[in-house]
Design a protein around this ligand. Structure first.
Ligand code: NDP
Ligand code: 2IT
Length: 449
């Protein structure tokens, strides 16, 4: 942890450390928010008096359960799954499910904590939650994925609902998994409750533009940050980490807006293609064939694959981390700055370490933190809930337009809040304070909850 906390906030953080031992990602996420809340307590002493921050740091409910399942050879596996229902002041708990072997309670709590403020920033009526499992989907057949999802939902169904908690996708959970989860929910409950999950397929209540929303939203946010500096994405060189859902659609929108994406990656290595990443190839490899990104060079002989390469060493104007937490450290940030990078927007959740953030901020480049820059995904999930509630289905263009407006508004709110609190251009402070005040006001109005 880099920056020191305000004297009112340090004891709150110490308490979080004591009550949540070993959950380092959760500590990091809480610290990053607390670092910026000092001036809010000066302006709103009632929030300190009524211990709003202490309450926000404690999830409303944490569910941990066993998920037994059988692989295609009949072997039995036991996984652990989580749903952390963090805060419902603004609406039903809302947030994705992550399937990745690194998942443990500390990861789900960091993601759930971030989600509270992100969801508040969207201006839509959604609380914050997150879930997932230490299940590793890599190399598993469709039948194995289905059995795992059905087993998980056989417990999860009792905790969720359109007015209670609405899960969606995250790492390792996309359209296929949401389909299996929804099918099992419908079967167990005997209800066609479309609004219980988002990220659904278009044939059974999904929203157009939800698949694209997070990546597109991150690029809309980047465009707004550049506009605020009298610049644009036109003609810029971009590097995008990851090659999953968020990365793919960030690349697509960056290309549409006239930028050139020259590198992407997966957890094995990086692809550098100076003439521009061919997205059809990435989609084929990742969305259809479910292979490693190294396969890209089979289709493009002029592209280079570097096993375990560092994507942040590729010179660029704009960097979009779209893979995972803490994927960009202080050394990487210094390299990006040295190479002339002017903007960084986070498609992933908490991809930049505290040291990295500090380097970006002191270099004065445009830095958009995940809870603002990747809020397009959950925003469009909320639009999916709206369509489900009104039994309607909107066009792609209409939904995308709404997404763009939401991202423009989030940028404006963060920008103006940063100015109001005397930190112009500091989107971290702007996002944290804007999100916090919305949640704090709602909690305060509801009494001691
Ligand atoms: P996907 O599973 O579709 O893709 C994840 C990508 O990141 C893959 O390329 C994966 O590589 C890479 N990756 C994952 N974990 C690691 C790791 N430990 N080290 C290196 N690379 C890794 O997930 P999404 O695209 O949905 O999610 C990416 C990020 O965006 C996450 O931080 C997620 O929380 C965030 N996010 C997602 C939203 C959504 O709507 N999906 C909304 C907002 C944020 P490999 O295949 O090799 O594992
Ligand atoms: O981190 C996130 O915002 C997501 N994974 C999307 C959550 C959602 O409910 O759409």
């Amino acid at each position: 942890m880099t920056a020191r906390l305000d004297e009112k906030l340090e004891p709150i953080f110490q308490d979080v450390l004591r009550r949540n031992p070993g959950e380092v990602e959760f500590h990091q996420a809480v610290h990053e928010v607390l670092e910026t809340l000092g001036p809010v307590l000066v302006k709103h002493p009632e929030f300190a008096e009524r211990k709003i921050i202490q309450r926000i740091c404690e999830p409303e409910r944490q569910i941990i359960f066993r998920v037994p399942w059988q692989d295609d050879n009949g072997e039995i596996h036991i996984n652990r799954a989580f749903r952390v229902e963090f805060n419902s002041a603004l609406g039903p708990y809302k947030g994705g499910m992550r399937f990745h072997p690194s998942v443990y309670l500390g990861i789900i709590k960091f993601l759930g904590f971030e989600q509270i403020f992100k969801n508040a920033l969207t201006g839509l009526p959604i609380g914050g939650g997150k879930g997932g499992s230490d299940f590793d989907p890599k190399g598993r057949s469709d039948a194995e994925i289905m059995r795992f999802c059905q087993s998980l939902m056989t417990e999860l169904y009792r905790h969720i609902g359109e007015y209670t908690d609405v899960p969606a996708g995250d790492i390792g959970v996309g359209g296929r998994e949401i389909g299996y989860l929804f099918g099992q929910y419908k079967r167990i409950t005997n209800r066609y409750e479309s609004g219980v999950l988002t990220g659904k397929g278009l044939s059974y209540g999904g929203s157009r533009a939800r698949t694209e929303a997070t990546g597109y939203g991150t690029v809309f946010f980047t465009q707004e940050m550049l506009k605020a500096r009298g610049d644009s994405l036109e003609g810029k060189t971009v590097v995008v980490s990851g090659s999953g859902n968020v990365a793919i659609y960030a690349i697509e929108k960056a290309h549409e807006l006239g930028a050139k994406v020259i590198a992407c990656s997966d957890s094995s290595g990086i692809i550098v293609h100076e003439s521009g990443i061919d997205l059809d190839t990435v989609k084929r490899i990742k969305e259809v064939e479910r292979r490693r990104i190294s396969a890209y060079t089979e289709f493009h002989k002029d592209a280079k694959y570097v096993e375990a390469g560092n994507i942040w060493s590729v010179p660029c104007d704009v960097a979009l981390p779209c893979a995972t937490q803490n994927e960009l450290n202080g050394t990487d940030a210094a390299t990006l700055v040295k190479n002339g990078c002017i903007a960084v927007a986070e498609g992933a959740n908490m991809p930049t370490t505290p040291e990295g953030i500090q380097i970006f901020q002191s270099a004065g480049l445009a830095y958009g933190p995940g809870k603002a820059a990747n809020a397009g995904g959950v925003s469009t999930s909320a639009l999916e809930m709206q369509q489900n509630a009104s039994r309607d289905s909107w066009s792609f263009d209409f939904t995308q337009k709404r997404l763009e407006e939401i991202m423009i508004n989030i940028h404006r709110d963060c920008f103006e809040t940063a100015e109001e609190f005397g930190a112009p251009g500091n989107y971290v402070l702007g996002a944290n304070i804007t999100g916090f005040i919305k949640v704090a006001r709602a909690m305060d109005a509801m009494g001691l909850i």
